[in-house]
Design a protein around this ligand. Structure first.
Ligand code: SF4
Ligand code: MG
Length: 335
């Protein structure tokens, strides 16, 4: 069956104004391809500045798409205008790290949740109210809290309210941009469990963005890893966690504490030295070369193409075709 979301050759470039020196153009998202299935959660991981949020925003057309194709259920989205674009916004929603960006602090949460009904369906506040109460209960909050203000809720509860608002118009896809990153671990788990229940009940798909592979582990069916605006690895979650194919994925994974102390010695923490290269002036060859413990001559000369990984997914790394395989390779210090 067709995927719900199909992205091909997506490029997003920003004009970056600088205090010193001329405005320059920075490619934040560089020629990326991915699909999200119906009812599937794709985890999108990478450090800050890797282009994850920009990718999520580009799907919703919240940032301009320079080139490439984004399809939702077979419909091309990059050319939509006006009313068509508004319809799209109902089908695709976003939940942010900071719920204050979608909840007005001076408005009751109930009134905030009526907004999508008023804007998209022309309902009055009173007409929308019964739906608001249903939505609050759906996300595990008492309907009687509808008249409270955002500050009267905990961080986890505010995130539930943001989810209720995102659900109002029966979206097909929700982009969760660091939606649980600011919460403590037990609240994170509760919100992730809620998202998981809602996904199953409404056949939702999620693009679940996080800087940390640990957060994504319990929700993603597949994982995509981004580095300097490019996807460097995509694959089924189990395979990526058990057998990462890209050195950057391996380093991100090595930062997750191993729950079983008897296995702790099996994985060495890989400390990345060096900085993320300047996205306006990326190096020739592999973007990860200056921090990679496996870097070879070819890595400085040519960009590794996306290649199939034998046990699932794709990776952009020359190790896939030349040199030692990642697993069992001797880790060297990147410096
Ligand atoms: Fe490291 Fe080379 Fe693979 Fe890039 S292509 S991740 S530098 S081994
Ligand atoms: Mg971000």
């Amino acid at each position: 069956t067709d995927p719900l979301v199909r992205v091909r050759g997506l490029n997003v470039t920003f004009a970056q104004k600088r205090l010193l020196g001329p405005t320059r153009s920075v490619r934040a998202v560089h020629d990326i391809d991915f699909d999200i299935g119906r009812g599937e959660t794709l985890g999108l991981v990478g450090e800050s500045g890797s282009g994850k949020s920009t990718t999520g925003r580009a799907l919703l057309r919240l940032v301009p798409v320079e080139s490439g194709s984004v399809q939702l259920a077979g419909q091309e989205l990059t050319k939509l205008r006006g009313g068509e674009l508004r319809k799209l916004r109902a089908a695709m929603q976003m939940v942010f790290q900071d719920p204050y960006s979608s909840l007005d602090p001076s408005t009751t949460v109930g009134a905030s949740i009526t907004e999508p009904f008023r804007v998209h369906q022309g309902l009055s506040r009173n007409q929308a109210w019964p739906r608001v109460l249903e939505l609050l209960e759906l996300v595990g909050l008492p309907a009687s809290h509808a008249n409270r203000y955002p500050y009267e809720f905990s961080g986890g509860q505010r995130q539930r309210i943001a989810i209720a608002r995102a659900l109002a118009l029966h979206p097909k896809l929700i982009v969760c941009d660091e939606a649980v990153s600011a919460l403590d671990v037990s609240t994170q788990n509760q919100v992730i469990n809620l998202l998981e229940e809602l996904r199953a009940e409404f056949e939702l798909s999620y693009l679940f963005i996080a800087h940390d592979l640990a957060v994504v582990r319990h929700i993603a069916h597949r994982v995509a890893v981004m580095y300097l605006g490019r996807l460097v690895e995509v694959g089924p979650a189990e395979r990526v966690y058990e057998r990462p194919a890209h050195p950057y994925t391996e380093a991100l994974l090595s930062a997750i504490p191993v729950p079983n102390p008897q296995r702790a010695g099996e994985r060495e923490r890989i400390v990345l030295h060096g900085d993320l290269p300047d996205p306006a002036d990326p190096p020739a060859g592999c973007p990860f070369q200056n921090r990679c413990g496996y870097a070879m001559d070819i890595c400085r000369e040519s960009m590794p193409p996306m290649t199939e990984v034998a046990d699932g997914g794709t990776v952009a790394c020359h190790l896939q075709t030349t040199g030692p395989r990642l697993a069992g390779a001797v880790l060297r210090d990147a410096n």
